[in-house]
Design a protein around this ligand. Sequence first.
Ligand SMILES: *Cc1c(COP(=O)(O)O)cnc(C)c1O
Length: 481
Amino acid sequence: MASSSSNIEERFKINSEMESAQFKDFAKEMIDYVSNYLENIRDRRVLPSVEPGYLRPLIPETAPEKPDNWEDVVTHWHSPRFHAYFPTANSYPAIVADILSGAIACIGFSWIASPACTELEVVMLDWLGKMLDLPKEFLACSGGKGGGVIQGTASEATLVALLGAKARAISLAKQAHPEWKDSDIISKLVAYSSSQSHSSVERAGLLGGVTLKSLKPDSSNRLRGETVEQAIKEDIEAGLIPFYVVATLGTTSSCTFDNLDEIGPVCNANNVWLHVDAAYAGSAFICPEFRYLMKGIERADSFNFNPHKWLLVNFDCSAMWLKDPSWLVNAFNVDPLYLQHDQQGSAPDYRHWQIQLGRRFRSLKLWFVLRLYGIENLQTFIRKHVALAHHFESLVRKDDRFEITEEVIMGLVCFRLRGKNEISENLLKNINARGVIHLVPSKINDVYFLRLAICSRYTETADIELSWNEIKVVANEVLSQ
Ligand SMILES: *Cc1c(COP(=O)(O)O)cnc(C)c1O
């Protein structure tokens, strides 16, 4: 005789605090821990003083048989003294939205799998697109083909756009040459980006199995239309098929902006898919005064930026818009019976727009952040970071020992000690060794420089001055050696 269900309950009882009423106390305590952590983050050493491999000896060798508690040791990315990389966003509305997303725990791969998950995403990408004043061809509400999707990262967006472009190029080539095989066409495909583009662009070329050429930017580190045109022309003459260009708005090294307005017409004239990577700087386009930097966006086929970098939406939330998503949907369309449903075609099934099948309810983070801050506060947040960067710039400019190496446009300041690279290398090494503030360097045309990014939502003028004083103290040491 089969055992009754109550028997099953008795036989399989999960004995964990997390499954009991104590969970609520734990969850509430955790919320207090999180808010205390963030409110007092200024007082923590920004970089932990640990070496790779430090963790294993501190924790048990195997997972516990019985339920346990947890501890952690981390780098404090949200300290106002953290100036490395670019910011990664963080706000209470986004944290709370992630808690809710964790509780709902749906997997919105198709409309029917979670209608709210899909539909809120469509609407949030329209809201966000309107905030940036994107051309209506990118917005679902325009009633055309276009629309937005939340990818996990900018790297995924670049790869997904490349795969869409590849599908389009193969289709166009077959129209002209019906006798060509896919493999013949793929071996001729060429993509392009600036040598200053993010490493994920080169990686997209590798993962997508196509040639990606790195083009030289001008003396201001901006990729120009003429350079792209020349490369495309030469490759066409050599019998190749140019199919994809990535333009960067706000490069990672020094936050410069490729000349989209020049590159767009060249791509359009040659049937080359233009993808715009504005991972960091894209958030600033919610402020009208920065939109001159995206002039020519109407020529692009796809556009991407990371609200998870600079728009107070916790990782992961990378917003991507496409004028014609059908290239992706068709390229990635596998349609097993168990994923089909009656409403197919009337709303996006986002599984076709991305690499993985499963997806979290990430639009909740946008919904909470956009509603609980409002556009005005988000604009103020961006403007404050830019103003803090200019304040730091003015401090550096007042000290003749230093030079600014790149125009300061957003929340990033590139600077160095005048003279040999070695001096600035020593400066950085000593700054990071002291652990009060944290920076990372970069190098363009063999000139080594330090990058100070305004990262934390808590950063105040006093923090910038503290960081500058720390840099000066270390510079005094380095220069007196
Ligand atoms: C940060 C950055 C990326 C990578 O972002 P992920 O979301 O981590 O993939 C890509 N491009 C640029 C210009 C960036 O600054």
